[in-house]
Design a protein around this ligand. Structure first.
Ligand SMILES: Nc1ncnc2c1ncn2[C@@H]1O[C@H](COP(=O)(O)OP(=O)(O)OP(=O)(O)O)[C@@H](O)[C@H]1O
Ligand code: NI
Length: 311
C-alpha cells in the first residue's frame, strides 16, 4: 500500500452572518474519509450539493476565508497543511476546476498554461498538451472569452496536466464535451495513473465513474457512505441502500428512480442522514451515530450492512 492521499474525518463549516451581528456556523461537510493509492483512480460520486467540490477545495487548500476545516489530510504521509498545499499547488497537486470561471479573463491561454514561463521547454510543453486535447497552436493567443465551453474545459485540463502532477483532483471534468473529447481526457488520466500519479475524479455520474476508476467513493449529504472497488458493483458487493439506488438508476439496470432528496445543510437530522429515504430503516438508524466501518475490502456507513442484513 502506497497512499498518495489520505483524507480522514474531514468536516467543513462556514461562518455565516445573519441580521445584526448574529453569526452561525453552517456545517456542510460532516465526515469524509478516503484514500488514494499511487497509480490509481478513485471516483467520488454524489449528487449536487453533497460536498464534492468542497472536498476538492479542502485538499487544494483553497476554501474561502469563512470556511473552517477539521480532520486530517495527508499527502505522501505528511499532513497537507495550508503552507504545504500552497507550495505544491499547480505543480505536484493540481485541480481541474469545475467552473471555467477559474480562467483569468485578462490573460491569453498560452500564458495561463505556461504560468507565465517563456522558455523553450515551457513553450513546447504547452503546444504538446494543447495538441493532445485537440486544440491547435492558435489557441495560445486567444483570451478565455473567445473559447467555446468545451474548448475552455479542455484548456483547464491542459493547464493542470502540463506539469506532470502526482495528484490530480478533477472536478467534473467532462460535461459539455463530446464523447471523443471526454474519452481523450479519461484516457489521459489513466496514463497519468499508470505513471504513478493518483487521480481523484469527481462526478455525479456513476456510469462514468465505473467506466474509468479503480475504486468508487460515494458521498451523501457531506458524508462518505460507501467505498468499493469497481468490480464490487458488478459482483453485487455494494451494501449501502443509497449506493444500490444509484446503481439501480443506471440505464442498464432499469432506470429505477429514487424518491426524496438529501437533507439541506443546516437541516437537523439525527442518526443516518439517508434514513428518511431508506426502505430498510429501523429505529436505531434514526437515533444512533453511524460509523464508517470496513466491510470486505471497502467501507460502508450503514447499521444494517454491519449486521449483515444487506447483501
Ligand atoms: N462559501 C459557502 N458558504 C456557504 N455554503 C457553501 C459555500 N460553498 C458551498 N456551500 C454549500 O455546501 C454544499 C456543498 O457544496 P459543493 O459545491 O461541495 O457541492 P457539490 O457536491 O460539488 O455539488 P455540484 O455537483 O452541484 O457541483 C452546498 O449545499 C453549498 O450550498
Ligand atoms: Ni461541485
Amino acid at each position: 500500500m502506497n497512499p498518495i492521499l489520505e483524507v480522514e474525518h474531514l468536516s467543513i463549516s462556514f461562518t455565516q452572518y445573519q441580521t445584526g451581528m448574529r453569526q452561525r456556523e453552517l456545517q456542510v461537510v460532516h465526515d469524509l474519509s478516503l484514500t488514494i493509492e499511487a497509480g490509481s483512480i478513485v471516483a467520488v460520486v454524489g449528487s449536487s450539493g453533497s460536498g464534492k467540490s468542497l472536498l476538492a477545495h479542502g485538499i487544494l487548500g483553497i476554501l474561502p476565508y469563512n470556511a473552517h476545516m477539521a480532520g486530517m489530510i495527508r499527502y505522501q504521509g505528511k499532513p497537507l497543511d495550508p503552507p504545504l498545499a500552497g507550495h505544491l499547488r499547480g505543480t505536484e497537486i493540481v485541480l481541474v476546476p469545475q467552473g471555467v470561471a477559474y480562467l483569468d479573463p485578462l490573460m491569453k491561454i498560452g500564458a495561463q498554461i505556461r504560468k507565465g514561463k517563456k522558455d523553450k521547454t515551457a513553450l513546447t510543453r504547452c503546444r504538446n498538451v494543447l495538441n493532445r486535447y485537440g486544440l491547435g497552436p492558435e489557441t495560445e493567443n486567444l483570451y478565455p472569452f473567445e473559447l467555446s465551453g468545451g474548448m475552455a474545459r479542455r484548456v483547464l485540463i491542459s493547464t493542470a496536466a502540463v506539469e506532470s502532477p502526482k495528484l490530480i483532483v478533477a472536478d467534473e471534468p467532462t460535461p459539455g464535451l463530446d464523447a471523443a473529447a471526454a474519452k481523450r481526457i479519461l484516457t489521459h488520466f489513466r496514463e497519468l495513473a499508470d505513471d504513478g500519479a493518483g487521480v481523484l475524479l469527481i462526478t455525479h455520474d456513476l456510469e462514468l465513474a465505473l467506466s474509468v476508476a479503480d475504486r468508487v467513493t460515494v458521498i451523501y449529504a457531506g458524508e462518505t457512505i460507501e467505498n468499493a472497488a469497481v468490480t464490487d458493483f458488478n459482483n453485487g458487493k455494494i451494501y449501502h441502500p443509497y449506493t444500490k439506488a444509484l446503481w439501480n438508476a443506471l440505464p442498464q439496470n432499469g432506470f429505477v428512480p429514487i424518491s426524496g432528496t438529501q437533507p439541506y445543510p443546516g437541516e437537523i437530522v439525527s442518526g443516518c442522514l439517508f434514513a428518511p429515504r431508506c426502505p430498510d430503516r429501523t429505529k436505531d438508524c434514526q437515533e444512533k451515530n453511524i460509523p464508517y466501518s470496513p466491510v470486505g475490502a471497502g467501507y460502508v456507513r450503514c447499521l444494517n450492512a454491519k449486521k449483515g442484513g444487506i447483501v
